[in-house]
Design a protein around this ligand. Structure first.
Ligand SMILES: C[S@@+](CC[C@H](N)C(=O)[O-])C[C@H]1O[C@@H](n2cnc3c(N)ncnc32)[C@H](O)[C@@H]1O
Length: 277
């Protein structure tokens, strides 16, 4: 599969070498990483999750109870919910969970706007380093107005598009879909990547700049379809939402995988024209 930035939509088919078509890491590894990070964010947010917890089955509640008592042996669940001092910033949770954090900052390239940097720790080769947030459009769904002058549209080979623009009509559409799919207190996706207070610190992948002759790609895109077994209480951290509520197809996410070890202070660079499926 491949990716293409459009300004507006162009239908260019690009060559992807046969040896590059395999996924860099398995779907199981992607799922494992997302669950690890999202579960840590959920536990860190526990004092805000009481409405959601009441809707979950006893087995799930007791799982979180057990996880909390391992991390905070002397604190009871109810007391924990009222404690503010244990709350870490999302990027600290990412660092504690995966050993690195990433964030947006002015690109090291002249006139390239913002980029994404490793702000702390080391990203090991093969790690999920970021997610590409945005509204997911099937190839037959209307995106003409959102695509005008929009460099944040990402295309998969099967024609699925992800609009990661955090401004204008794209932002309005994402917020509207996010409100539509909410089930009471249960959110089916995260919309905080549209603000400066990001809840899922991985959701910065749309700001990764393109590689060049001087700056080789150190990350690549990979598709990930969210499986039916994905825990409902963790969907609030998924930075993608379907434009139409079509229950048939799984939610498409796009993640960025490290192609080599990436050190603290390095900027991430991808190849805008290639994605592996
Ligand atoms: C998806 S956006 C990436 C985020 C962008 N840097 C920003 O701050 O909004 C793609 C745009 O970033 C800029 N860009 C990406 N890679 C670049 C590069 N290697 N050199 C110069 N500009 C680049 C181009 O303006 C491109 O249209």
């Amino acid at each position: 599969m491949r990716v293409k930035m459009m300004q507006p939509l162009k239908k260019t088919v690009r060559y992807v070498p046969e040896e590059s078509k395999d996924k860099v890491i398995s779907d199981e590894d992607v799922l494992g990483t997302l669950l690890k990070v999202f579960q840590a964010l959920f536990i860190n947010d526990f004092n805000k999750q009481s409405d959601i917890l009441t809707m979950l089955p006893e087995t799930v509640k007791s799982k979180y109870h057990d996880l909390l008592s391992v991390q905070h042996p002397r604190v009871k669940l109810l007391e924990y919910r009222h404690q503010q001092q244990n709350i870490f910033k999302p990027e600290e949770i990412l660092y504690k969970t995966l050993g690195f954090s990433v964030a947006r900052a002015t690109s090291s390239l002249i006139s390239a706007g913002k980029g994404v940097f490793v702000t702390r720790g080391l990203v090991p080769k093969g790690a999920v380093v970021a997610m590409y947030p945005g509204t997911v459009y099937q190839k037959y769904e209307p995106i003409f107005f959102q695509s005008i002058g929009n460099p944040f549209i990402f295309r998969c080979l099967d024609g699925v598009l992800v609009d990661g623009n955090d401004k204008g009509i794209s932002k309005v559409v994402y917020r509207s879909c996010n409100g539509r799919d909410r089930l009471g207190p249960l959110k089916m996706s995260d919309s905080t990547w549209l603000t400066s207070e990001i809840c899922n610190p991985l959701a910065v992948g749309q700001y990764v700049n393109n590689c060049s002759n001087d700056r080789a790609a150190n990350v690549c895109y990979q598709e990930f379809d969210v499986p039916a077994v994905f825990p409902i209480e963790l969907k609030q951290y998924l930075p993608n939402i379907a434009y139409s509520c079509d229950k048939q197809s799984p939610l498409r996410c796009v993640i960025l995988v490290a192609l080599r070890d990436i050190k603290q202070g390095e900027e991430l660079f991808s190849n805008y024209y290639t994605i592996v499926s």
